[in-house]
Every structure is written in C-alpha cells, then in structure tokens.
Design a protein around this ligand. Structure first.
Ligand code: SF4
Length: 339
C-alpha cells in the first residue's frame, strides 16, 4: 500500500513528474499543431514514459520539449473549450468566460501552507487550496472558497514553485493540490510543476479531488500525479444530485478510481453522511471490495452540518455513534482495512 509514494520519499525512485520532464515530447515545437496531433504525440510520449517508469530509468536532462511541456500545452488548449471535469461546460475560459465552477483562465489561490491535518502518511503536506469547485455540496465545510472562485489571489506558477521549495526546506513530504477542487486548475498545477523542475525530483504530487475529473484531464495526470487523495462520497446518483448538484456521479467517479488505481497510489476518503449508511457508504464499500480491495480506505466521521445543510433536515446533524459503529462493522464484513 502506498508503495510508490514511500519509494519516492525514500529516494528509491523519482517522482512521476520528474520522469515526465525528461521524457521527450516527440516534437521540437508544438506551435500551430492541432489538438488531435498533440494528443497523438501525447500517446506516443506516454508509451515511452511507461517503459521508463517500469525500468526505473533516470534519463539525462532534455535539450528540447518534454512530455510535461506537452501536457501543459494540452491543458492550456482545454481552457478554450473547458473539459477539465465531466461537467464539460465548454466555457472559453481563455477568452474570459467561466463555467459552472466559476474559475477563469487565471486560477486563484485561497491558501498555501504546510498542512498537518491530512492523513498521517502525508503530513506535513504542502497544501495549495484553489478557489472554486466543480461541485456545489450543500454541506461544504470550505464553502467560503469553494463557492466563490473570486476568493484568494491570482496564482503565479513561479511563486507557487518557490513556495513548494520553501515547504521542502521546512520538511514537506508532498505537494497537495486541492480547493475547492484541483480540476479547473490543472493548467496552473502543470505550470507550477514545470517551474519546480529538478527540485521536485523526490517530491510526490498529490491530486486531492472529488474525482469528477474528465477522461482527458485524467490522461494528463498520468505520469504526473503519484497519489490520488480521492473522495468517494455517494453510492448512487440521486444522493449526488441532491447534495452536490452533480449527474452521473457513480459512473464517472468509479471509472476514475479504476483508472487511478492503474496509475498511482490511491488514498480513498469516504465521508460518512448521516442517514446514508446503506445508500452511500455500504454501496461504495461493496464496489471497493469488488474492484480494489487492497486500497487505502479512510472512513471519515468528521461530517458537520455546515453551509446550507440546515435546509436538508435529514443531514442536519452529525453521524450518530451507532452509525459510526455500523460503518466500521460494514467495512469489516467487506474485508476492507480502514484507516
Ligand atoms: S472545470 Fe469548471 S469550467 Fe471546466 S468543465 Fe468543469 S465546471 Fe466547467
């Protein structure tokens, strides 16, 4: 469990993004290439990256463009017709439009600090909180930054890379991109990692997301993210729609978990919602037991009825001790090791 992550921390292997920075893009210039051509280059470069990762290769510095540059170019292109998450708004963010999340072309950072409240394996975790979110959860605990993408300061990748360097000097074990949600900020995150360069050789990257990420964005994350610190919140689409205003939740999120499972370490977070043991927690556990029984499963009991939860009387309370005990017993029955 978390084998890659610890291998990078112990410097037995390099972080994925470092290898991507030394994998050739396959072209001396990306200028004027159509998106389709860029994706073809990406497919070929990722094949080379996978071979190198398997061989634990440590290639020399590249004279030209890297796979990481290519990914950044594709993320920038996506800003013109946004498909960073499965809402697929198609907003021309590069042209000044915003979509459902409200995030523009320039990401905004609400806070950026060494976080000691994450899972023990991650702390201290250098956590960058972006404003705006692709979900609008009625019980959001970070609603002040998640619901208003105008909060915080404009993100500067060079500055963020410098702050990651400073965090490493202070003992950070990883870079943790969250919000809100990291998805609308993929372009900024990639540029930050490029700006970090060789200094991030042994700094694992953490994608701290609701996992409503689009397929294309998931493909850009491969070879960059080492850990998916990922919420699996709802066991059915009705609850997801009622509380987070999202459609096709289970299909999209389970698809992305299956994808991430092949591409990095997963730390799954399941927040027990009051009254949702059978319809959500149990169904998620059943899916995990069937599809990835060995996964790091963090069963979380810290739900508090914040933001607009009072408008939904059935969740306007904390989970009861009985519900918590039953959730633990369910995990045991499904054979899951919970954390
Ligand atoms: S990231 Fe934002 S703008 Fe882009 S598809 Fe998702 S909600 Fe829409």
């Amino acid at each position: 469990m978390l084998e890659d992550y610890f291998s990078i921390l112990k410097k037995k292997n390099t972080a994925r993004h470092w290898l991507a920075s030394r994998t050739p893009a396959g072209a001396s210039s990306l200028d004027g290439l159509a998106e389709e051509e860029l994706w073809k280059l990406h497919g070929a470069a990722m094949a080379a990256w996978r071979d190198a990762w398997e061989a634990m290769a440590e290639p020399p510095l590249l004279p030209g463009l890297s796979l990481l540059d290519l990914k950044s170019e594709l993320a920038d292109l996506m800003l013109r017709d946004c498909r960073m998450c499965e809402r697929r708004c198609g907003a021309n963010r590069a042209g000044g439009e915003t979509g459902y999340c409200g995030v523009g072309a320039v990401s905004r950072v609400a806070s950026n600090f060494l976080h000691f409240g994450e899972e023990p394996e991650l702390v201290p975790s250098h956590t960058i909180f972006f404003s705006g979110c692709t979900f609008h959860c009625v019980y959001c605990q970070n609603w002040d930054i998640a619901m208003d993408a105008r909060m915080g300061s404009p993100a500067d990748p060079a500055y963020l890379a410098d702050s990651l360097r400073e965090g490493m000097r202070q003992g950070s074990r990883n870079a943790n991109f969250v919000g809100g949600n990291p998805d609308p900020n993929l372009h900024t995150i990639l540029r930050t990692i490029i700006a970090l360069g060789d200094d991030g050789r042994h700094l694992p990257m953490v994608w701290n997301s609701n996992m409503y990420t689009s397929r294309e964005a998931m493909d850009l994350l491969e070879g960059v993210m080492d850990v998916y610190l990922a919420d699996f919140r709802y066991g059915n689409d009705e609850c997801a729609y009622r509380y987070s205003d999202v459609s096709d939740y289970f299909e999209v999120v389970s698809r992305n978990f299956s994808t991430a499972h092949k591409r990095g370490d997963i730390m799954l977070r399941q927040l027990l919602l009051p009254g949702h043991l059978e319809c959500c927690t149990a169904r998620i556990m059943a899916w995990v037991a069937k599809n990835m029984p060995d996964v790091y499963f963090n069963l979380m009991f810290q739900f508090r009825p914040e933001y607009r939860a009072a408008l939904y009387p059935e969740i306007d309370r904390r989970p009861s001790p009985q519900e918590k005990m039953e959730a633990v017993e369910l995990a045991r029955r499904y054979g899951l090791s919970i954390y």
